[in-house]
Ligand binder design. Structure first.
Ligand SMILES: Nc1ncnc2c1ncn2[C@@H]1O[C@H](COP(=O)(O)OP(=O)(O)OP(=O)(O)O)[C@@H](O)[C@H]1O
Ligand SMILES: [Mg+2]
Length: 249
């Protein structure tokens, strides 16, 4: 069997006295859509930051396609085909949708010249337009991103993460604050991308309906540790999980 796309081994991270992530290990196989859920403050974003080089873990190891990448910078991970979206929007509000997406592509291709000459010189317009069409944003292509609805900006954010042609994308609360219609299209587009490209996803999300219908497998964190893992059906009826949420985390 080939190496997992992502292998997280015994990752721990504390902030002062707070043990935000405690000895977390899991594997993600190619093409999986893995959900990562848990109450507020259970360590989900910290875990993503440790996986993606934003934050050094105190202990543990991260492998992508069998290669150790622990502590590697996000830009280097990007070149290995790992993309991410942040819990906070990362679109540039004064730029058009097109320019935002081109810029994301430039970061991946990452030459100093392309950065100096700016979005219009990147030669990435065609790829950006394809991505815009894929996320059904063509009618908003030349609109200033800051004037879009929050849900539309979330879609732009996702499109930006996909510009690197990633084989693995980690999404931190892609559905947070998104209305029902946009939620449906986000889920549908992620599922379509997964089916077309075999891209692997790890998705942090509080919206249970979204996560249960999108993901093939779910891992539950509470107080920094994995407390359950299984299919959406397993998780829905797992008493430990129900207690963790009712306990208010
Ligand atoms: N930079 C930081 N400095 C200090 N403490 C932090 C920092 N980042 C996170 N924490 C703490 O670590 C714990 C885990 O936070 P984290 O943001 O990873 O949780 P989360 O599961 O993503 O929560 P949410 O669902 O609200 O986004 C919390 O107690 C949080 O206050
Ligand atoms: Mg978070």
């Amino acid at each position: 069997m080939s190496a997992p796309v992502l292998s997280v081994r015994n990752i721990s991270r504390s902030f002062g006295g707070i043990r935000a992530v405690r000895d977390v290990s899991f594997d993600v196989q190619k093409g999986e859509i893995l959900g990562l859920i848990g109450p507020n403050g259970s360590g989900k974003s910290t875990l993503f930051n440790c996986i993606l080089g934003q934050l050094p873990p105190d202990a543990g190891r991260v492998e992508v396609n069998g290669k150790t990448v622990t502590g590697m910078r996000a830009s280097s991970l990007n070149r290995l085909g790992v993309g991410r979206t942040f819990q906070q929007l990362s679109v540039f509000p004064q730029m058009t949708v097109l320019d935002n997406i081109i810029l994301a592509g430039q970061e991946h291709h990452g030459t100093m010249a392309s950065r100096l000459f700016g979005p219009s010189d990147a030669g990435l317009t065609e790829a950006a337009d394809q991505m815009i069409a894929f996320f059904r944003l063509t009618h908003l292509r030349d609109t200033i991103a800051g004037s879009l609805s929050f849900g539309q900006q979330k879609l732009v954010d996702a499109a930006m993460a996909f510009m690197a042609g990633p084989s693995l994308v980690l999404l931190d609360e892609p559905a947070g604050g998104v209305n029902l219609t946009m939620l449906g299209s986000l889920k549908e587009r992620l599922t379509a991308y997964n089916a077309e490209h075999g891209t692997t996803f790890v998705v942090i999300e509080h919206n249970m309906e979204f996560v249960m219908s999108l993901c093939t497998r779910i891992i539950v964190l509470a107080e920094g540790a994995i407390i359950a893992e299984g299919t959406p059906e397993d998780i829905r009826s797992n008493q430990t999980v129900i207690d963790a949420y009712l306990g208010g985390g």
